[in-house]
Design a protein around this ligand. Structure first.
Ligand code: MN
Length: 206
């Protein structure tokens, strides 16, 4: 695979950047607690080997171009574990980033032969691509992100389109395409329940 092209932006996407109607998106935060750990970085890709990495201003979160792209209802946003990213984007960017497609949810629906549903495992199993997760535990709040951090951030969005294509076929084969769509449609509600304090509870349990 050829080297990815990484575009780094401080604060917001530039005015002139164009995206297609299906975008791979990921976020990097200071941790996994929605309220304690602020959003630091949002990454986007069209699946064409290029990634845009936006380092946000954590004082203002003033990023109108980014918010417009994420909030555009005519574009599908592909995430791996959308439940978290949707909640974070709502919390810090005050943006409802629907409709979504979640590759982790699909992995749960079609890769029933394993309990390993990380992005790394999905890429290795379905695409024969080995992605490096070494920068996963890193300081995303740093003023200057390292080249290794930028590459890591970009890598998390570069394969989402190919995963989606493969997973769409697997859903079709399993007869679970509609079920997956219903799950995607519920993810913003699931994220809202997380934010309201029902995070670890199954609301539908007896
Ligand atoms: Mn990531």
């Amino acid at each position: 695979m050829k080297d990815p092209v990484i575009h780094f932006h401080r604060g917001d996407l530039p005015d002139d950047v164009q995206f297609s109607n299906v975008i791979g998106v990921d976020t990097e935060t200071m941790g996994l607690n929605l309220y304690r750990d602020p959003l630091c970085v949002v990454q986007l890709s069209d699946g064409d080997g290029e990634a845009h990495v936006v380092q946000l201003d954590r004082q203002t979160y003033d990023a109108p171009n980014l918010k417009a792209v994420l909030g555009d209802q005519s574009r599908i946003k592909i995430f791996h574990y959308a439940r978290f990213d949707v909640a974070v984007i709502r919390q810090y960017l005050d943006t409802e980033c629907t409709p979504v497609y979640c590759t982790r949810t699909v992995s749960r629906l079609v890769r029933t032969y394993t309990d390993r549903h990380g992005l790394r495992e999905c890429c290795r199993d379905l695409l024969r691509v080995d992605i490096n997760k070494q920068q996963q535990s890193t300081d995303w709040g740093a003023e200057d992100l390292s080249d290794a951090q930028l590459l890591y951030a970009a890598t998390d969005v570069l394969h989402l389109h190919k995963l989606k294509a493969k997973m769409d076929m697997m859903l079709e084969r399993a007869g679970r395409t509609e079920l997956a769509q219903k799950c995607f449609d519920f993810i913003p509600v699931r994220a809202e329940l997380d934010a309201l304090g029902w995070g670890s509870q199954d609301l539908f349990e007896h």
